[in-house]
Design a protein around this ligand. Structure first.
Ligand SMILES: NC(=O)C1=CN([C@@H]2O[C@H](COP(=O)(O)OP(=O)(O)OC[C@H]3O[C@@H](n4cnc5c(N)ncnc54)[C@H](OP(=O)(O)O)[C@@H]3O)[C@@H](O)[C@H]2O)C=CC1
Ligand SMILES: Nc1nc(=O)c2c([nH]1)NC[C@@H]1CN(c3ccc(C(=O)N[C@@H](CCC(=O)O)C(=O)O)cc3)C=[N+]21
Length: 281
C-alpha cells in the first residue's frame, strides 16, 4: 500500500482562483504590503511568489525592500506608516529579521487588524481562546489540507513536532480547537519516535531534513510535512523521510507542492478577510 499524495499546489491554485473571482466583484483592490529587511536569498523566492500570486488574484501588492543595516527604529517607523495607510489592508514583515532588530518589538507594532501573518499577540491570543481573529497562514494551510484529505481531527490523536510561534504552536492550537487530542513534541521530547508512532495525524515542523523516519509513522496515518529544507543535492526536502514514509502513511504531503503553496493562498485569504473586516468597521 502506498500513501495518497495530498496535492497542496492544486488545492492552493483552486483557492486562489476562487479568491480572484471574489476580488473581481469588489469595488476596491485589497492591498498587501510585504516588508523585507536585507536579502536572505531563501526568502527572495518566497517574496516573489507571494507578489505574483497576489497580483494574479487581483490584489495590489507592494514589496518594500529595506537595507540589511536598517535600524529597529527605522523599521518601526515604516510599520507605523503602513498601519496608517488606508490603501494597505495587510502587512507582512518577512522573517527572520537581522539579529540587531528585536522581532517581537516589530510584530507587536503591526496593527492587529492588518496582521495577515497572524503573529501579533492579540491574534495569537484570540486563537488560543478559540475566538475570531487572523490565523497564521501555514497552520491554516495545514488544517485545509486535512480537510481536503477528508481527515477529521475530531477525537483523533494528533502529534505536532515543533513549537515555534509561527508554525508548531498555532498548529497545535488549531488542532485542539478542532477537538483533536494533541501532543506537541520539540527538541526536549524524550522519545520522539515513540510519540510519533502514536499519531493518527502527524505534523512535522522542525526544519531538519528527513528527521521523521518511515517506521515512526503509524499504519495509515495522515502526515503533513511543513519542513522546507535544502537537501545535499540542493533540492527542497521536508522533515519527513518521504520515500520511507510512503508505504506506512495513509496520506502525505510532498515537499515541494504540499504546505508551501497553501501558505501563500492563506495569506491572500487573510488579506481579503482583513480588508473586508476593516471596511465593515
Ligand atoms: N511550508 C511553509 O509554508 C513554511 C515552512 N516552514 C518550515 O518549517 C520548518 C519549521 O519552521 P519554524 O517553526 O519556523 O522553525 P523553528 O526553528 O522556529 O522551530 C523548530 C521547532 O522544531 C523543534 N526541534 C528542533 N530540533 C528538534 C529535534 N531534534 N527533535 C524534535 N524537535 C526539534 C524545536 O524545538 P525547541 O522549541 O525545543 O527548540 C522548535 O520547536 C522549517 O523547515 C521552515 O523552513 C516555516 C514556515 C512556513
Ligand atoms: N512573516 C513571515 N511569514 C511567513 O509565512 C514566512 C516568513 N515570514 N518567512 C519564511 C517562511 C517560509 N515560508 C514559505 C512559504 C511558502 C513557501 C512555498 O511556496 N514553497 C513551495 C516551493 C517554493 C520553491 O520552489 O522554493 C513549495 O513548498 O512547494 C515556502 C516557504 C513562509 N514564511
Amino acid at each position: 500500500m502506498s500513501a495518497r499524495i495530498l496535492d497542496g499546489k492544486a488545492l492552493a491554485a483552486r483557492r486562489r482562483a476562487a479568491l480572484a473571482t471574489r476580488v473581481a466583484a469588489l469595488q476596491f483592490r485589497p492591498g498587501l504590503c510585504v516588508v523585507r529587511v536585507g536579502d536572505d536569498p531563501a526568502s527572495g523566492v518566497y517574496v516573489r511568489n507571494k507578489d505574483r500570486a497576489a497580483r494574479e488574484a487581483g490584489f495590489s501588492s507592494e514589496t518594500l525592500q529595506l537595507p540589511e543595516n536598517t535600524t529597529e527604529a527605522e523599521l518601526l517607523a515604516v510599520v507605523k506608516r503602513l498601519n496608517g495607510d488606508a490603501s494597505v489592508d495587510g502587512i507582512l514583515v518577512q522573517l527572520p529579521l537581522p539579529g540587531h532588530i528585536r522581532t517581537e518589538a516589530v510584530l507587536d507594532a503591526i496593527d492587529p487588524a492588518k496582521d495577515v501573518d497572524g503573529f501579533h499577540p492579540v491574534n495569537q491570543g484570540a486563537l488560543m481562546l478559540n475566538r475570531p481573529g487572523l490565523v497564521p497562514c501555514t497552520p491554516r494551510g495545514v488544517m485545509l489540507l486535512l480537510e481536503e484529505a477528508g481527515v477529521s481531527p475530531k477525537g483523533a490523536r494528533a502529534v505536532v513536532v515543533g513549537r515555534s510561534t509561527i508554525v508548531g504552536r498555532p498548529v497545535s492550537t488549531l488542532l485542539l480547537n478542532a477537538d483533536a487530542t494533541v501532543t506537541t513534541a520539540h527538541s526536549r521530547t524524550r522519545d520522539l519516535a515513540a510519540e510519533c508512532r502514536r499519531a493518527e495525524i502527524l505534523v512535522a515542523a522542525v526544519g531538519r531534513a528527513g528527521i521523521i523516519r518511515g517506521d515512526w509513522i503509524a499504519p495509515g496515518a495522515t502526515v503533513i510535512d511543513v519542513g522546507i529544507n535544502r537537501g545535499a543535492d540542493g533540492k527542497l526536502v521536508g522533515d519527513v523521510a518521504y520515500a520511507e514514509a510512503l508505504p506506512h502513511a495513509g496520506a502525505i504531503t510532498p515537499v515541494p507542492g504540499g504546505v508551501g503553496p497553501m501558505t501563500i493562498a492563506c495569506l491572500l485569504e487573510n488579506t481579503l478577510e482583513a480588508a473586508l473586516a476593516r471596511r465593515a468597521g
